[in-house]
Design a protein around this ligand. Structure first.
Ligand SMILES: NC(=O)c1ccc[n+]([C@@H]2O[C@H](COP(=O)([O-])OP(=O)(O)OC[C@H]3O[C@@H](n4cnc5c(N)ncnc54)[C@H](O)[C@@H]3O)[C@@H](O)[C@H]2O)c1
Length: 249
């Protein structure tokens, strides 16, 4: 059996750069139609142009995952023009790190809103269509921080731990409709998000990681492809770490 994602319609949030763009590129390379949804308008167009110039089917939508009306309109447009959404990858995410003593309410709210509420909004809006299709795969990008916590990231850890619990609940609700919901917990992956970590912090993590290095976004993309595809039809409600062995539960 071979992985088959040809002509599948895959929506990826936060896909203008980083892990999301790598995921979109990987799906496009195997013949899927990719829908890049991101806040950053010029970067959305750049990403779509880069993929279409390589002959791939890519479409861009500028939108904020916390804006329910905007997400509803985007998904309705994809359905009107392309008929179905086979997989949604809830990848948009932010950090606003601070120690608890100093953490501002705005920092707490912003991270919970984008990471957790954004995942809820996109999932609820896509469910409407997947329910009618009686098929679909939803992949939520959590984090190892949601499994093990991290000093200075209580807001981020709460949002990612929330995504893991949300994933299990949705898997239970949606299973009878043949819609699978899984989470991926990336470890330390080289992107703009982690580029700001001080070198000594990065070196410290590399020592703690059994595979001895930070990960590449493409390594997260490969698991997304597996979870969206015909290769994982009996897998739902799971959280799978892509972390070089950093967490083992
Ligand atoms: N890089 C890592 O090491 C790592 C580890 C674990 C989990 N993650 C998770 O992976 C995901 C992607 O991370 P990344 O490293 O590629 O980050 P990134 O900052 O490079 O990319 C995130 C993308 O999300 C977009 N975005 C942010 N808020 C948005 C919103 N409200 N609506 C729509 N788009 C929005 C940004 O514009 C950006 O393009 C995040 O959910 C992050 O928490 C990353």
């Amino acid at each position: 059996m071979q992985i088959d994602l040809k002509d599948q319609n895959i929506v990826i949030t936060g896909a203008a750069r980083g892990i999301g763009l790598s995921v979109a590129t990987a799906f496009a390379e195997v013949g899927a139609n990719v829908f890049i949804l991101d806040l950053m308008e010029p970067q959305v167009s750049q990403a779509v142009t880069a993929l279409t110039e390589r002959g791939y089917a890519a479409y861009g939508y500028a939108g904020n995952v916390t804006d329910a009306a905007a997400i509803e309109a985007i998904f309705a447009d994809i359905i009107a023009q392309h008929g179905r959404i086979d997989a949604l990858i809830n990848n948009a995410g932010i950090t606003k790190d601070n120690l608890m003593l100093r953490m501002k309410e705005e920092e707490w709210d912003a991270v919970i809103n984008v990471n957790l509420k954004g995942t809820y909004i996109c999932t609820q809006k896509v469910f409407k269509y997947m329910m009618k299709q009686r098929a679909g795969s939803i992949i939520n990008i959590a984090s190892v921080i949601g499994l093990m916590g991290n000093a200075g990231q209580a807001n981020y850890a709460a949002s990612k731990g929330g995504i893991i619990a949300f994933t299990k609940s949705c898997a239970k609700e949606f299973g009878a409709r043949n819609i699978r919901v899984n989470a991926i917990a990336p470890g330390f992956i080289v992107t703009e998000m982690t580029a700001t970590l001080p070198q000594e912090v990065q070196d410290g993590y590399a020592i703690a990681i059994p595979l001895g290095k930070m990960g590449d976004p493409a390594e997260v993309a490969k698991l997304c492809m597996f979870l969206a595809s015909n290769m994982s039809t009996y897998i739902t409600g799971q959280t799978i770490a892509v972390d070089g062995g950093l967490t083992m539960y």
